[in-house]
Design a protein around this ligand. Structure first.
Ligand code: NI
Length: 387
C-alpha cells in the first residue's frame, strides 16, 4: 500500500494536464480534442493496448501487470464538461464561451492519466487494469452506451470502480458507503384535464388550476406520510403550466417534476402512487389526468466486496481517520450506475475542499487533490490485483 507522498512527483504534470483540459471544455459525446489528448498521453506512457471510438469518443486502455495471470478491473473517469459560463477568473479558466468543466471531470481525467503513467511504469500487480475514459456523463448516456457497446465483455472486466470529487469534504479525505450511494432519477408529467371558461363564472367550469394545486399539496404526503422517515425520498414538482391570461380558466394544466430515490422499493412505490394519488384527487373534483413517468437513471449501488476494496485503497493512502465509510447518499444521480449494474464494484468521493458546489459557475477543482486521486487508483489496482 502506498502513501500519497509516493505520487507527489506526478503532481506538477497532472496539474498541467488538468489545466489544459480545463481551458478547452467539450460537451457530451463531442469531446474529440479531449479524447485525442487522452489517447496521445496514454500512448506516450508506453501503453500499447488503446482503443478509441467506444461510444463515439470514449477511450479505453489496458495495462497488464507483471504478476502473471489474474482478473481484470475497470477504472472509470468521465471527460465531458457543462454548458455553463465560467465565473472563476482563474488564469486557466475556460477559453470556450458558454462551456465549463464545472463538475471537475477535467480533474478526474487527469487523475486517471496520472495513475496510468504510474501503473504502466511499475506494473506491480497481476491480471489487467483497464482505464475507461467516458464521454457524455452529464446527459446520463455515456456509461450505458459504453456498456451496450460491449465494454465489459470485450475487455473481460470483472469489477468496475468510479470516483468523483465532492466540494464540502476536505481535500485528502474520502467518503463512501456500502449499498446505495447516489439516487435513481425519474421524471413525470401530470396533465390535469378540466373544463375551461370565463374566470368570472368558475361554477360553469372544472378549474384545472385548483385541481392541480390540490394535487401538488396531496403529493407531498407520499414523502411525509407514506415513507419511513429514516429513508430518503425526494419528490419535487417544478413545473406548473396553466393559462397565460388573467381572465381565462384553462381547459388543462400541466404539472411536471422529478423523483430521487435510493431504494428500488421506494422507486416502484412512487411511480405507482404518484398516479393513484393524482388520479383520485382529480376525480374528486370531476377532472381527469394523464400521467407520464420516465425512469432516467438507475440507483448507483456499491457492492460490498468492491466497497471493501475501495476502503482498503483509500485507508492505505490517507489513514483510517480520513476515510468516512458511512457518508449519506447523495440525492443527485450519476451514470456510473449503469456500469455498476453491468459489473460489481464501487463509487467513491474524494474531497474537493470548501469550493462552490458542482455545476456552479464559480466551482473550482482543487489541484491539491490530484495526487490523492492518482494514489487511490494505484492502491486500488495493487490491492484488488495483488500479485
Ligand atoms: Ni460529475
Amino acid at each position: 500500500m502506498r502513501a500519497v507522498e509516493d505520487f507527489r512527483n506526478l503532481h506538477a504534470e497532472a496539474v498541467e494536464w488538468r489545466r489544459h483540459l480545463h481551458q478547452y471544455p467539450e460537451l457530451g459525446y463531442r469531446v474529440h480534442n479531449t479524447s485525442r489528448f487522452v489517447a496521445e498521453k496514454l500512448a506516450s506512457f508506453g501503453i500499447n493496448h488503446i482503443e478509441t471510438g467506444i461510444a463515439e469518443t470514449g477511450v479505453v486502455a489496458a495495462i497488464q501487470g507483471n504478476g502473471g495471470d489474474g482478473p481484470t478491473i475497470g477504472l472509470r473517469a468521465d471527460m465531458d464538461a457543462l454548458p455553463i459560463a465560467e465565473a472563476t477568473n482563474k488564469t486557466w479558466a475556460s477559453k470556450v464561451p458558454g462551456k465549463m468543466h464545472a463538475c471537475g471531470h477535467d480533474g478526474h481525467t487527469a487523475m486517471l492519466l496520472g495513475a496510468a503513467k504510474y501503473l504502466v511504469a511499475t506494473r506491480n500487480f497481476k491480471g489487467t487494469a483497464v482505464l475507461i475514459f467516458q464521454p457524455a456523463e452529464e446527459d446520463g448516456q455515456g456509461a450505458e452506451r459504453m456498456v451496450l457497446e460491449g465494454l465489459m465483455d470485450r475487455f473481460g472486466i470483472s469489477q468496475v470502480f468510479g470516483m468523483h470529487n465532492l466540494p464540502g469534504i476536505d481535500v485528502g479525505k474520502f467518503g463512501i458507503r456500502d449499498g446505495s450511494i447516489m439516487a435513481a432519477l425519474d421524471e413525470f408529467d401530470i396533465v390535469v384535464k378540466g373544463k375551461g371558461g370565463h374566470a368570472a363564472t368558475p361554477h360553469m367550469t372544472i378549474d384545472p388550476v385548483v385541481v392541480g394545486a390540490q394535487i401538488i399539496v396531496g403529493l407531498q404526503t407520499l414523502v411525509s406520510r407514506n415513507t419511513d422517515p429514516t429513508d430518503a425520498l425526494v419528490i419535487s414538482i417544478t413545473k406548473f403550466k396553466a393559462s397565460e391570461a388573467y381572465h381565462v380558466i384553462p381547459d388543462r394544466v400541466v404539472l411536471g417534476g422529478t423523483v430521487r430515490s435510493v431504494s428500488p422499493t421506494l422507486r416502484d412505490f412512487t411511480e405507482r402512487q404518484l398516479n393513484v394519488c393524482a388520479e383520485n384527487i382529480a376525480q374528486a373534483f370531476g377532472a381527469e389526468i394523464e400521467f407520464n413517468h420516465r425512469r432516467l437513471e438507475p440507483l448507483t449501488f456499491n457492492h460490498t466486496q468492491g466497497t471493501n476494496l475501495a476502503l482498503a485503497a483509500a485507508r492505505g493512502l490517507v489513514g483510517d481517520e480520513s476515510v468516512d465509510d458511512k457518508i449519506k447518499p447523495l440525492m443527485v444521480s450519476e451514470d456510473f450506475a449503469y456500469m455498476l449494474r453491468a459489473r460489481p464494484g464501487a463509487f467513491i468521493f474524494l474531497g474537493n475542499g470548501p469550493t462552490a458546489g458542482l455545476h456552479n459557475p464559480a466551482y473550482d477543482f482543487d489541484d491539491e487533490g490530484l495526487p490523492y486521486g492518482i494514489g487511490y487508483w494505484v492502491n486500488l489496482v495493487e490491492t484488488a490485483l495483488a500479485a
